[in-house]
Each structure stands twice: as structure tokens, then as C-alpha cells.
Design a protein around this ligand. Structure first.
Ligand code: TXE
Length: 478
């Protein structure tokens, strides 16, 4: 049984509450670890530790900060296998996905921002004889980084790395469902030479310590990734503050498949986009709109290839889909499919069938639904599971009104060989990220985030560094 502790002031400490929560392996339903069920006092201690460490860290030369972040990245690479195993153990994701994609990306997050501050340019605006302006970007102070369970280390590091690079000190709050790699990161940061208090990690229920973290007056910014409802709760508590908040929330991402697309490539990529991590990625495609002339051909090929996916043990190399994160989440996903069936939608593929076959794990197979109206909850709400709806469209305008017809605006994909169609669609889609004939191709320099109910602000590249800093323009005469 792994005994997880909080990481505060450079040490691993028990929660002041002396309470613990159980960490479950979603593939077996067994308890594999216990983590602190921290309370407001633990949160306050972490904030105080970050506050005490801030001045020295903000004054640390960028080269020295960058060197420590590179050390962290190198240690993540060194512990890649162990981290991938831990990630698969408490999230249920296929080990191969963690080992090949997510853990290397966590290292890249630290490496990217270490390089960004080493090569970053400052701005100067000379005004001839009058004098000159220059811009400073000082670190904000202690910040809170709250991350979800779907891509644990990937998203935790995606927030922490730019915050540390910018010179902020951090209180990290990973999801209570997937604390294992965050715990290992504590050890890695200590070994990498990160000074005590620069990074603090508090484990526990967000509902219990979230407010103690986000409403602490010493906190200078909040970076959150998670559900839209939680994002609303966090914003609600900040009504009378001017605190910078970054919210990366849910999505209901459409795919627009035009009749001139490369059908085989499109089907293969949309299977990846729909079912990677069992659909538990905010960027996953969940509404597939196909131009009428190729609807039947697309449906048949998509169905045939989806049936070839294997649902099973995250540690088996042939596994495409592991279990969902929890029993409760699987019930939520099942509820959407049950209601779609009651609404006379047709279930071309029914993932509920795997539930009985592997009763100990929270398994749920790929599910393809046809005949759901745009206003049906299954097309309006984020399911966050391996469930997609198929529908056809007659022309470009109908495609756009279907795609933009939900409260979300995170990502979208467009599949066509026609340049004009591709760019007209990309420009008109309500989405912060649009991929043309591709999915999940990521460049860390680009702005990342959504519009409408999908969030507030952007992460990645200079957007992330600017979020964690103030901007000061100074003018001086000669
Ligand atoms: O998110 P939560 P969960 C969506 C997806 C999923 C739903 C819930 O639809 O089904 O969100 O997932 C902490 N103050 N996405 O349960 O509850 C919590 O402890 C402060 C999309 O993971 O929002 C955890 O660390 N913090 C998303 C983090 O917030 C609070 C990825 C996320 O928890 C809090 C994940 C509070 N009041 C889920 N309540 C994406 N965009 O990728 C909870 N937390």
C-alpha cells in the first residue's frame, strides 16, 4: 500500500487532519494507496510555505531557475517507466499511452518552459531624444495550480512548469483520484534541487480544501483544469477580487467530415480522437458530422474499425481502452447511453455490454449512437467517456450550425482536401483549437484553451508565462 504525504516546505508531511482517503485501481476496484485527506489548515500551511519561499525564488536568476527545471525534466525521463506504471495504476489508462505519450510530455513541459525563460526576449520602446520605455514582467507571487484525473502528470506539470519558470511559487492540488505521480514528482523536485517551499503539493478533496486554497488572500493567481461546474464554483468565490484565473474546462468537440476527405485516414484518426484514454480527454471528438454522400461509407468503416479496439487490462500491450476512472463516473457515462436509448436513438455499438464481462474493473466499451437530435443531452453535455454520436449534414451551413450548437467551444476537427472549405470552417467554428485533417498535434508554443463554457484564458507558450507575471512599463528620460 503506497502511503502518500503532502509536500510542504520541502518535506513530506502527514495531514494535520490525520485523515486519509483511499486511492483505487480502476482496473480492479482494489485500494492501492492512501493519500492525505487534507483540511484548511494543511492548505494554509502550504500557502504560507509558498509565501515564505517566493522572494528568494523570484530573485533567482533565470539561468538558475531554468537549470533546476531541466533537472526535473531529466529526472522525469529517468523515472519514465515507474511514472508510467503509477499513472496507469490509479487512472486506469493504458500503460503504453502513459509510457509513450504522457510521461515524456510532462518532461517536455518542464524543458519547454526552462528554455523559454532562457531565450525569452524583453521589450524596449525607444522614443528618440525623449527617452525610452522598457517592459518588466515580474512574477505574481504564490499561485494555486489545480489539476484533474484524466491526464494527471501531463496536466499538473503543464501548470506547474510555467509558474515556476516565471518565478512564482506554487501550491499544487492534484486530483484525489490520481495522486500517485504527483507524489513521485515531490521526490523528483527535491532531488532536482528545487528549494524548499517553491513547490508545495497538497492532496485531498477539492471540495474540502479548494476554497482554503483559492480564497487565501496571499494567493496571486489560480490555474484550474477540470469540470465546467467546478470552474463556476471557483469563479463564484472570487467575485470581489481581481485575481487572475485560468480555467481549462470541458468540451463537446465536433468533427466535420466533408465528402472529399481521405476516408481511410479520417476514420483512423477519428477513432483515435474519439476513444483515446477511453474518451476521457477534454479534446476528444464526441460529435461526428458527416456529409450526406459519404455518411453510410463512413459509418460502416468507422463501426468496423471501432469493433477491433480492445477493452482490457491497462498493462496488456494490446489494450486500446482501459477502465473509466471510477464506478461513479462509469454510472454517469452509462446514464447518457441509457437516456439516448430511451429517446429512441439507435445504438450502433453499445459499450454497456462490457460492464458485465469484467465486473471488477470500471470498464465501458466504445459506444456509437445514431439519431440523436442536436438538442438531445447526449449532444449538449460533456460525457467524458468512449461515447460518440454520428449524424449527417447536407451542406456547409448546416455543418456549421450543428458544430456550433452547444454551450462549449474547446476544439474541433475538419476533414477535407479543399483548402477553402478547411479554412472557412476553421474560421467559423466556435473552438479555441481547430485541427485540419489531424487531431491532437500539439506545439507547446501555441495558445491552448477554449471559448464559451470551455474556459477562460489560454495556457501554453508565452500565454502561460504572461499569465503568471505582472506587466510593468517603465519610461525613462536621458
Ligand atoms: O473534475 P473536477 P473531475 C470534466 C469531465 C469530468 C468532470 C468532472 O466532464 O466528468 O469535469 O471531473 C478539484 N475548488 N473534466 O471530477 O471535479 C478536484 O479535487 C477547488 C474535463 O476531475 O472539476 C480536482 O483536483 N478545486 C477536464 C480538480 O478540481 C476543486 C478534465 C478537478 O476536479 C473544487 C477533467 C473546488 N470547489 C474533468 N472541486 C478537462 N478540461 O480536461 C473540485 N476541485
Amino acid at each position: 500500500m503506497i502511503a502518500i504525504k503532502n509536500y510542504i516546505s520541502g518535506g513530506l508531511v502527514e495531514p494535520k487532519t490525520q485523515n486519509y482517503l483511499e486511492v483505487i485501481n480502476p482496473a480492479t476496484g482494489e485500494v492501492i494507496a492512501r493519500a492525505p485527506d487534507s483540511g484548511p489548515e494543511d492548505a494554509a500551511a502550504a500557502v504560507k510555505s509558498a509565501q515564505d519561499a517566493f522572494e528568494a525564488w523570484a530573485k533567482t536568476p533565470t539561468e538558475a531557475r531554468a537549470k533546476i527545471l531541466h533537472n526535473i525534466a531529466n529526472l522525469i525521463d529517468l523515472h519514465r517507466e515507474e511514472l508510467a506504471k503509477l499513472e496507469a495504476l490509479d487512472s486506469g489508462k493504458p500503460y503504453s499511452l502513459a509510457y509513450e505519450k504522457e510521461i515524456p510530455r510532462a518532461a517536455q513541459n518542464f524543458r519547454y518552459f526552462a528554455s523559454a525563460i532562457s531565450t525569452g526576449q524583453s521589450e524596449c520602446f525607444p522614443m528618440g531624444e525623449q527617452g525610452f520605455n522598457y517592459v518588466l514582467r515580474p512574477a505574481l507571487g504564490p499561485v494555486v495550480c489545480i489539476s484533474p484525473w484524466n491526464l494527471p502528470l501531463y496536466l499538473f506539470s503543464w501548470k506547474i512548469a510555467p509558474a515556476l519558470a516565471a518565478g512564482c511559487t506554487v501550491i499544487g492540488k492534484p486530483s484525489e483520484l490520481t495522486p500517485l505521480t504527483a507524489f513521485k514528482l515531490s521526490e523528483i523536485c527535491k532531488e532536482a534541487g528545487l528549494p524548499p517551499g517553491v513547490l508545495n503539493i497538497v492532496h485531498g478533496y477539492g471540495a474540502k480544501i479548494g476554497e482554503a486554497l483559492t480564497r487565501n488572500p496571499a494567493i496571486k493567481a489560480i490555474s484550474f483544469t477540470g469540470g465546467t461546474e467546478t470552474g463556476k464554483k471557483i469563479m463564484g468565490g472570487l467575485r470581489n477580487t481581481f485575481l487572475p484565473v485560468s480555467l481549462e474546462l470541458g468540451g463537446k468537440n465536433p468533427a466535420l467530415v466533408f465528402k472529399d476527405c481521405d476516408l481511410e485516414l479520417t476514420v483512423n484518426e477519428l477513432i483515435r480522437a474519439s476513444f483515446t484514454n477511453s474518451g476521457q480527454i477534454c479534446l476528444c471528438a464526441s460529435r461526428l458530422y458527416i456529409e450526406e454522400p459519404i455518411y453510410e461509407a463512413f459509418k460502416s468503416l468507422f463501426l468496423t474499425k471501432t469493433k477491433m479496439l480492445s477493452v482490457g487490462d491497462p498493462f496488456h500491450t494490446e489494450t486500446s481502452l482501459g477502465p473509466l476512472i471510477s464506478k461513479e463516473h462509469r454510472l454517469k457515462v452509462k446514464g447518457f447511453v441509457d437516456r439516448a436509448e430511451q429517446n429512441q436513438c439507435s445504438l450502433l455499438l453499445d459499450g454497456r455490454s462490457t460492464m458485465s464481462a469484467m465486473q471488477d474493473g470500471f470498464y465501458f466499451g466504445p459506444t456509437i449512437i445514431e439519431g440523436a437530435a442536436l438538442e438531445d443531452p447526449i449532444n449538449q453535455q460533456e460525457i467524458f467517456g468512449p461515447v460518440v454520436t454520428l449524424a449527417s449534414f447536407k451542406d456547409f451551413n448546416e455543418a456549421m450550425s450543428l458544430a456550433n450548437g452547444t454551450p462549449y467551444g474547446l476544439s474541433a476537427t475538419v476533414w477535407t482536401k479543399d483548402l477553402s472549405t478547411a479554412h472557412r470552417a476553421a474560421h467559423q467554428l466556435d473552438a479555441g483549437i481547430v485541427w485540419i485533417n489531424s487531431w491532437m498535434v500539439r506545439d507547446l508554443r501555441t495558445p491552448f484553451g477554449g471559448m464559451k463554457a470551455s474556459g477562460l484564458g489560454r495556457e501554453g507558450g508565452n500565454e502561460a508565462l504572461k499569465f503568471f507575471t505582472e506587466t510593468k512599463n517603465i519610461f525613462a528620460t536621458f
